[in-house]
Design a protein around this ligand. Structure first.
Ligand SMILES: Cc1cc2nc3c(=O)[nH]c(=O)nc-3n(C[C@H](O)[C@H](O)[C@H](O)COP(=O)(O)OP(=O)(O)OC[C@H]3O[C@@H](n4cnc5c(N)ncnc54)[C@H](O)[C@@H]3O)c2cc1C
Length: 512
């Protein structure tokens, strides 16, 4: 049997991509090397992932948001429903909205009027979920949709021709018309596919540990910079620390209690005693990116395409954005109605986003170095982040609300995430995107755009309705990934609308 798409890796990116492809009727096989997806490192406290606005929107638009975040939803101090990033016991008295290298910024300082096209939606709240729960929810959705997931089969080699890709695992051999490597930072697909991977080498080994401390009073709580590094005790015994050893320790030796204690003593400058090591993992600030995300019939997404330190908490969000961007483009290519260049726009849109995230993580490393220069820089950032403009700038980057693809187009909304318009009958735009097709939203009853949109059949759903707040718009064309392809404030612009529809949905009249 030949599958339309084989995905290597049942992490969050591979599973979400599988759901996106099935939504478009594509046959998908997911190969996962581990037998059992469960791991204590995927649960609280280490497994927690803060969701950026684009990630929340992606889950929301596919009707997955409640499944992903349900167990963690709490009320915030303003009484609105949101989910605690840190878990209830770690909530800060300040309304912390995020951080840069541990320097927090406040909700109350963020000037949301700078984003006039962001209507209230789940993405305007703060959400998080643990990795195990995210993967369980995505795997359940994927299976319900008919995705085949085979566990215990790791990809070891691949061989592609003009027609297909042969994928050899430690057990069986499979064939797919396309292969997507979502197999994490040490991706076999990336290596076997000959993708060039370049970037900056690590400055430190990072540790996330759960320990019992004999003399807890010796350590501080919260994030503490010292002359030799940084440690962060988020709750008693849950410690993250960075040791500027050039990344020398990471994955070279077993992580023992004695070693963790020695590193913690050196970084904290105390004689703290650890009595038990319950959980430990290491990571680094290596920041690398694949030079191309596609080679023939092989593509990369998520950590397989880019790695960086988890400091800013953006890797999962970045990977999910890759999957949301790639799924409908690959599906359209397989179904035969993709316009020229559609699949390559995956790389041209997503690579610059990863470049920014990698640089964001590098900037945080520069600020964390154990040097007087970095402490001086930290003092300046602390001052700036406390200003309204500063908090707004950092929120824009950390929440992902500044994301805009360069799609051309004359309206400032083009290339941005579509506002979550609420139609007069209460339907929200998010729900209108749940089937994964494009959307032509015509806010006027006259429906002059209906004939235009109908040319693309089920590739573009046409909806005519006024909205409670239409933000001055007359009509908007939205891609399946929720990105605005065209927008107009007057009943003109048929030509531009038709051009945008052809650019993203192919020739009109072609069967979907
Ligand atoms: C300590 C830590 C904290 C983090 N915190 C955050 C955060 O707060 N926010 C955030 O956005 N990101 C965070 N990240 C990053 C985030 O976890 C990753 O970016 C995300 O998991 C990437 O998802 P993925 O599906 O691309 O890869 P992975 O989650 O690595 O999944 C890859 C899958 O592929 C499988 N696999 C590997 N090789 C093969 C093979 N040869 N064949 C088949 N299967 C294979 C693996 O077993 C795995 O299941 C953190 C990372 C760490 C280490």
């Amino acid at each position: 049997m030949i599958y339309d798409v084989v995905i290597a890796g049942a992490g969050p990116v591979g599973l979400f991509l599988a759901c996106e492809l099935r939504l478009a009727g594509i046959s998908v096989l997911v190969l996962e090397q581990t037998e059992d997806p469960r791991s204590p490192l995927k649960r609280l406290p280490f497994g927690m992932r803060g969701l950026s606005a684009p990630a929340i929107e992606a889950f929301y638009r596919r009707g997955l948001l409640n499944d992903i975040t349900a167990p963690l939803r709490v009320k915030d101090d303003a009484g609105s429903s949101r989910t605690s990033i840190a878990g209830p016991e770690m909530q800060q008295p300040r309304r912390q909205a995020g951080h840069f290298a541990g320097i927090p910024f406040d909700y109350d300082n963020v000037d949301t009027s700078k984003w006039p096209y962001r209507l209230p939606s789940p993405a305007t709240t703060n959400m998080a979920a643990d990795m195990e729960h995210i993967e369980t929810a995505l795997a359940a959705r994927a299976s319900t949709m008919g995705v085949e997931i085979r566990r215990g089969l790791g990809v070891v080699d691949i061989d592609q021709s003009d027609e297909d890709v042969v994928i050899r695992t430690n057990g069986e051999t499979f064939r797919g018309r396309w292969l997507v490597g979502c197999d994490g930072g040490r991706s076999t697909v990336r290596k076997a596919g000959g993708f060039e991977f370049t970037g900056t080498d690590p400055e430190f080994t990072g540790y996330s540990v759960q320990v019992e401390i004999g003399d807890p009073g010796k350590l501080g709580s919260g994030r503490i910079y010292t002359p030799t590094g940084m440690y962060f005790q988020s709750r008693p015994g849950t410690i993250a620390m960075v040791d500027f050893d050039g990344g020398a320790f990471h994955r070279t030796q077993p992580i023992t209690l004695e070693h963790v204690q020695a590193v913690l003593r050196r970084i904290s400058g105390t004689e703290v005693t650890l009595t038990a090591l319950q959980l430990a993992t290491t990571w680094t600030d290596r920041a690398y990116q694949a030079k191309a995300y596609r080679k023939g019939r092989v593509l990369l997404a998520g950590d397989a395409a880019h790695i960086h330190s988890p400091l800013g908490g953006q890797g999962f969000n970045l990977g999910l954005g890759d999957a949301m961007n790639l799924g409908w483009k690959l599906a359209a290519t397989i179904r035969g109605h993709a316009p020229a260049g559609l699949l390559d726009s995956y790389s041209s849109e997503r690579q610059p986003v990863a470049v920014q995230v990698l640089d964001w993580s590098r900037a945080q490393v520069a600020l964390m170095r154990p040097s007087m220069h970095s402490r001086a820089l930290e003092a300046i950032i602390r001052d700036l982040i406390d200003t309204r403009d500063g908090a707004t700038y950092f929120a824009e980057r950390v929440w992902g609300v500044s994301l805009r693809y360069d799609l051309g187009g004359s309206h400032p909304l083009v290339g941005r995430s579509a506002p979550d318009f609420e139609l007069v009958d209460g339907t929200k735009l998010g729900a209108l995107l749940s089937k994964g097709s494009g959307l032509f939203l015509d806010f006027d009853a006259g429906r002059p755009f209906q004939a235009l949109a109908s040319g693309w059949g089920d590739r573009i759903a046409y909806v005519a309705s006024d909205a409670k707040d239409r933000l001055g718009l007359r009509a908007v064309l939205v891609r399946p990934d929720g990105v605005v392809a065209w927008a107009a404030e007057a009943a003109r612009g048929h030509e531009e609308a038709a051009k945008a529809a052809s650019q993203w949905f192919g020739e009109p009249g072609k069967m979907g």
